[in-house]
Design a protein around this ligand. Structure first.
Ligand code: CS2
Length: 491
């Protein structure tokens, strides 16, 4: 098997699609902070398409790893060894997989190796956009829309000469750019958050203001923060997946990615230092991203939580398996049709019921085995983003809150770390505090609604909802998720 690198691109097995552009001529114009699998299956694909069109050589990607851990180190080593190349296996539901080598990441820095050098690199005038995928919980903006300056991670970072967080790295790079007369770059959030550009603006301006008010003023006046809606289901890649993907492709790739064939990116057209012609690569530019992101977060991502949290407790581990369960399909259809859709306004050209049907087809795709534990992970950050507005909206309009109460009850039970058959799984909840976990484990099942994840939901103002939540948690504990689900399904 050829090891993937620039020098072996010509020797790869025939069906593999390889970059046709001259990678040596490509220069980074976009820096991407935190190069996860999602970025590599999504934004990097759009840029790969842009680079294949003539005249766009200044829009390559400089990947930047920010986490100081062994996984990020290994990723940096793999991408360096492979000249930034990797295979992406796209898996349609009803056609053979396609393997393509993505060439848009032309350089990669592991920031913890030398953060001052990373900041200097971000001050290079050639970098005109800095995009980021740092997860829902990575913005440190609380339920009231305030940046958490007193969070230990942020407070420590503000005290450092050379900061570690994405906020500090970019702020210090913007200082160098201002002082050097270079001008700003656009900061482009690609995380699943409503108004992600506004959230990013709050986070960056708050960090900068706490560091240097004059610099914050300059950033506020010059940097733009477009909102985006991003979508492509991209499972986690475990060691067994690497072996499987490499055996199927015939390429020795240390960092392969796989995903569904669906892809969507809706972007607010507000770039302060230019942008690539992404519309020619399939990106939709619009003035108002909000309706697209609301629909995606409250339908797709919330449905995912609706599969992940009950599913893990029922013993399922992959989406394609749970999508064969008629009880779960009914739960999902009712959630979408009766809970989520009535509160949404479809963006132009979109019909909500069709969108919901397409989601179910995407989830049913047997060619990707997306992990329910991936989806369930960090639910403390995800539920406020994916489910809160549907919950508060349903309660406000006097709708039936039973499916939402069931989901929240499953979340509280999921935190115990064993499923209904007693099998243990790993609970990955980096944003829950020991106090939160104590509330979840309290003998009184209702106290779980006091966890920080539910701050600002106003659930305590709805005693009937609290009573329903308590009843469902007791039922799950006594009988398990399946009988509890069957009992509520017709309600
Ligand atoms: C998932 C998302 O992590 C999650 O909870 O819902 O990663 C989802 O797969 C993507 O947003 C799809 O675009």
């Amino acid at each position: 098997m050829p090891a993937l690198a620039n020098s072996t691109l010509g020797q790869l097995p025939a069906p593999i699609i390889v970059p046709t552009y001259d990678r040596a001529a490509i220069r980074p114009g976009i820096a991407h902070m935190s190069v996860g699998n999602f970025h590599r299956a999504h934004q990097a694909v759009y840029l790969d398409r842009v680079l294949a069109m003539p005249g766009n050589a200044e829009w390559g990607i400089l990947g930047i790893g920010i986490m100081d851990d062994a996984r990020e180190r290994a990723k940096a080593d793999a991408l360096h060894a492979q000249d930034g190349l990797y295979t992406l296996t796209e898996c349609p539901a009803d056609a053979p997989d396609t393997v393509r080598v993505i060439g848009s990441i032309v350089d990669y820095l592991h920031a913890p190796d030398d953060r001052a050098a990373t900041i200097r690199r971000l001050a290079d005038p050639a970098i005109r956009i800095v995009s980021m995928t740092v997860t829902e919980g990575g913005y440190y903006v609380d339920e009231a829309g305030q940046f958490q300056l007193d969070h230990p991670t942020i407070a420590e970072d503000l005290a450092r000469d050379v900061p570690h967080t994405v906020f500090g790295l970019l702020t210090e790079a913007l200082r160098l750019r201002r002082d050097g007369g270079v001008g700003p770059f656009t900061i482009l959030s690609c995380d699943n958050l409503p108004h992600n550009g506004h959230v990013a603006r709050t986070a960056f301006l708050s960090w900068a203001r706490a560091r240097d008010a004059a610099l914050a003023d300059w950033i506020a006046a010059h940097v733009t923060f477009p909102c985006t809606m991003v979508d492509r289901i991209t499972p986690a890649v475990r060691d067994a997946d690497i072996a499987r993907l490499d055996a199927a492709s015939g390429v020795d790739d240390r960092a392969p990615v796989f995903c569904e064939d669906f892809i969507q990116w809706v972007v607010e057209d507000s770039f302060c230092a230019g942008r690539p012609p992404l519309e020619a690569a399939g990106v939709l530019f619009t003035k108002d991203v909000a309706p697209y992101e609301q629909v995606k977060l409250r339908m797709l991502n919330a449905s995912h939580s609706m599969l992940g949290l009950p599913g893990v407790l029922m013993g399922y581990r992959v989406v394609s398996d749970i999508m064969r369960d008629p009880d779960v399909i009914e739960l999902l259809e009712r959630y979408l049709g009766f809970d989520a859709e009535p509160l949404l306004t479809a963006p132009p050209g979109m019909e909500l019921h069709e969108y919901g049907a397409l989601l179910l087809r995407r989830f049913r795709n047997q060619a990707i085995s997306d992990q329910l534990l991936r989806i369930a992970s960090d639910s403390a950050s995800k539920l406020p983003v994916f489910v809160k507005d549907t919950a508060t909206g349903t309660l406000a309009r006097g709708g039936n809150p039973v499916r939402i109460a069931f989901l929240l009850a499953c979340f509280a039970e999921y935190l115990r770390g064993t499923d209904d058959s007693g099998a243990a799984y790993t609970v990955a909840e980096p944003h829950l505090t020991p106090d939160d976990l104590a509330l979840a484990g309290d003998a009184d099942p209702g106290r779980a609604l006091g966890m920080s994840v539910f701050a600002g939901w106003g659930l305590e103002d709805h005693p009937a909802f609290v009573a329903l939540f308590v009843r469902l948690r007791r039922a799950i504990r006594a009988d398990g998720v399946r009988p509890t689900l069957r009992a509520i399904i017709a309600q």
